[in-house]
Write a protein that binds this ligand. Sequence first.
Ligand SMILES: [Zn+2]
Length: 400
Amino acid sequence: MSDRSQERRARRRRRQRRNRGIKRAIGVCAAGIILITGGVFLYNGVINRDGPTPDMVEGVTADVCYHDITLKWEPARKASGYYIYGGMAGDQELTRLGQVEGADACSFEMDDYTRDQEYVFQVRAYGENAMTKNRTEGDPSEEITAGYDSSRYAQKIPVLTYHDLVPKGYDIVNGLTVPEDVFEAQMQYLKDEGYRTLSLDELYQWYKGKLELPVKSCAVTFDDGAYEIYYLAYPILKRNDQYATEFCIGHHLDEVGENTAPYTPEDGIARRYGTDVLEEMRTDYPKFACESHTYNMHKRIDGYKPVNKLTYEEMLEDFQKNEKFGFHYLAYPWGASNKDMRKAAKVSGYKLAFGYGPFRYARRTDNQFNIRRIKVSAYYSMDTFIKMVDGTWEEESEKE
Ligand SMILES: [Zn+2]
C-alpha cells in the first residue's frame, strides 16, 4: 500500500472515531451526566470543544550529522501529531519549523544546518481536534540544544594507499613495496592508538554526510592485486580485526583464474592472485574487500595511459567487463582520470572513485569520482606515518 493511501485511511479512521465520540457524547449530554467518553471531554452538559489535551512530549533527542539534524521523541498520549519549533540558541521566540501527523510519527528530519552553531528545539503535541479554534498545541517539550561540533568528528580522512609488500629481510624493490614488518608496525600503531579503520561503505556514508566518524579514522587500501597482499598483509589485518580494501585488475583475476600460485618470496612483485583467493577472502574475512582497478586499463597502449587513448564508450565497456566481480568502488590506474572516465565510473554505478597523486586527505568537498588518497612509501619513517594518520601531515600541492 502506498504511503499516501495509508495516510488517507488513517485520517478516515480518526475522523470516524471522532464522529462516533461526539454522537455518543451528545446523547449523554442530553441526560445531563458528566462523563468522559470516546475522546470528547464533557462537563456541565456542554461539550468542551477543545477535545482531549495531549500529554507533554518527552524524551526528545537530537541526532546531528554534518548538515542534518534529526529529532526523535517518545509518543505522547492523546496526541494526533506534533509541531516542531526551533531557533538559534539564545533566540527569545522559537518559530514553527514543521509538523508531523500521527501519534507514532515521532521523528523529524531537518537539513542545511550551519556547522558549529547551536540550535534550540521544542516538540509540541496537538490533539484530535482540528475542529477547535484555540487549543491546538500541547505543552511544549523541554528545550533541547543541538548543533554540529566539528572538532568532535573527522573532517578529513587519510585513505592510505599501499601497493605491495616484501617479506622481512628482503630487498625493497622500489618505493612502492613496503617491508612486511613495517606494515605490521603501522597497523599495530593504528590498533594501539584506537584508530578506526574504515570500510569503503563507511567512507561513502561519511562522504555523503550520512555518518559521522571519530577524528581517529583512516582507510587502508592497496592497488593492483599483488599476491603478497593476500599472503603477507591479509593475515595481519585479520589478526588485528581491521578493515582494508584492495583494488584488483579484472583481467588479472581472470588470467590467474582459480589457480593462485603458492607463495614464493623470490618471485618478486609480478605475481597476482586469482578468483580463488578473491572468493576465499570474501567468505573468510569480509572486512577485507576487493574492489575495482578497472578490467584492463592498467596497461599502456602505444606508450599512452589508456585514459588518454580510449573513448568514453570503450571505458564503459571496460567497466562492464568487471561487473561480474560485484565491485562498488573504483581506483583509477595511476590515479589518472578525465571527464569521460569519471562519467563512465558514475554511469557504471560506482559509489566512489579514487585518484592517486597529488596526495591529499579525502574530504567531503572532493569530487565523488576523484577522491584523494595518500601514498605510503617504503621510505617513510614511522613519524611520517603518524603525521599522515593524525592529520598533521603536509599535503602535496595541486601543482604536481
Ligand atoms: Zn595500479
